[in-house]
Design a protein around this ligand. Structure first.
Ligand SMILES: NC(=O)c1ccc[n+]([C@@H]2O[C@H](COP(=O)([O-])OP(=O)(O)OC[C@H]3O[C@@H](n4cnc5c(N)ncnc54)[C@H](O)[C@@H]3O)[C@@H](O)[C@H]2O)c1
Length: 317
């Protein structure tokens, strides 16, 4: 089996920490990098990272991609997985400079360093937000992001393409669709719903609850990311949607969560948030065909795993 030294940015984050775990389990060695950007508490990211730090094949470097000298960090890197970013829509309206620097400048610096280090393949994690209000088609769908977050992530994609053209960098772009599961970021909808169900707080649903998502359970998303890194012969120069198989709306999710937690949700409806997507339904035909990507986790099973993780986390605090 193909083994590589992997360089994972955003390693202390939600998806990045799962990716490191799965890469190590598959026998790869990993250098993880993160700057603990305070979008959510450092303590939570340290908790994501803790089990990785015990592993001999894992090396962690605290470094900010916007400013750090990257050459020594990339010295052993064969495959780069670039997940570091400022995520989330709402704050991107208020803190545009932070999104611009973490999502665009950091990506440009990393690409420059990856070319100089001669890495074999660069996997860039992008988002369905690049499509805009409706993300329901395949990878050739129009790109019309409706949030500064989506715009900075689209710019980062274009940088990958430009370095591919200029320097022959082998790269893959993955557009992830709403990822959920254990360690989900505390600002994300399902995390908030579950937390409030357990604490009895009122849940605000933006809009009438009919907005729907093609959610991706985190281990399925990570499988897609790894497939792109492990099979550059199939993935180089390509863009793939990485989503789960099942689309559900907010009202349906709340009903499932009520059953899983045994609690009744107190719900109020508020206005839709600026930049929110109305409907995402990942067309993953291309990833299925070229990468044999095959998401396995049903929404009920995935939410059950997240509920149990949050139950444990709440009982610790
Ligand atoms: N979670 C989702 O539903 C989702 C959906 C689509 C795309 N994505 C993409 O997946 C990636 C991971 O998202 P996540 O949900 O795990 O977010 P996260 O915030 O949990 O992880 C991102 C990590 O990147 C780090 N980081 C940010 N800027 C940095 C910099 N300049 N230098 C070094 N580290 C930096 C942060 O400290 C954080 O730990 C992001 O690129 C995001 O755009 C996520």
């Amino acid at each position: 089996m193909f083994m590589a030294h992997c360089f994972v940015t955003g390693a202390a984050g939600f998806v990045g920490s799962h990716l490191c775990e799965q890469l190590l389990a598959a026998g790869h060695t990993v250098t993880g990098v993160d700057a603990f950007v305070p979008y959510y508490p450092r303590e939570l990211k340290e908790r994501n990272l803790a089990p990785l730090l015990d592993q001999a094949s894992f090396d962690f470097q605290e470094a900010d991609l916007r400013t750090a000298t990257l050459a020594p960090l990339l010295a052993r890197a064969e495959v780069v997985f670039h997940l570091a970013a400022m995520p989330g829509l709402l704050k991107s309206w208020e803190q545009f400079e932070l999104y611009m620097s973490c999502n665009i400048l950091a990506t440009q610096r990393l690409l420059e360093a990856a070319v100089a280090a001669g890495v074999q393949h660069f996997v860039h994690c992008s988002t369905s937000s690049v499509y805009g209000r409706f993300a329901t088609g395949d990878e050739t769908s129009p790109l019309a992001p409706v949030s500064p977050y989506g715009i900075t992530k689209l710019a980062a994609e274009q940088l990958c393409r430009a370095y591919g053209e200029k320097d022959g960098l082998s790269y893959t772009i993955l557009r992830l669709f709403s990822v959920y599961g254990p360690r989900q970021r505390p600002d994300m909808g399902y995390n908030i719903f579950i937390r409030k169900l357990f604490t009895g707080e009122t849940i605000t649903v933006d809009g009438d609850g009919t907005d729907s998502r093609s959610n991706t359970f985190v281990t399925d998303a990570v499988r897609g990311i790894m497939l792109a890194g492990e099979h550059p012969e199939q993935s180089a120069g390509q863009i793939f949607n990485i989503g789960g198989g099942q689309e559900v709306n907010v009202n349906q999710v709340l009903q499932i969560l009520e059953e899983l937690t045994g609690q009744t949700a107190q719900i109020v409806h508020g206005p839709r948030r600026p930049g929110d997507q109305r409907r995402t339904a990942a067309d993953i035909t291309k990833a299925r065909t070229l990468l044999a990507y095959d998401p396995q986790t049903s929404v009920v099973d995935g939410l059950r795993a997240q509920v149990e993780w949050q139950r444990r986390e709440l009982s610790r605090s």
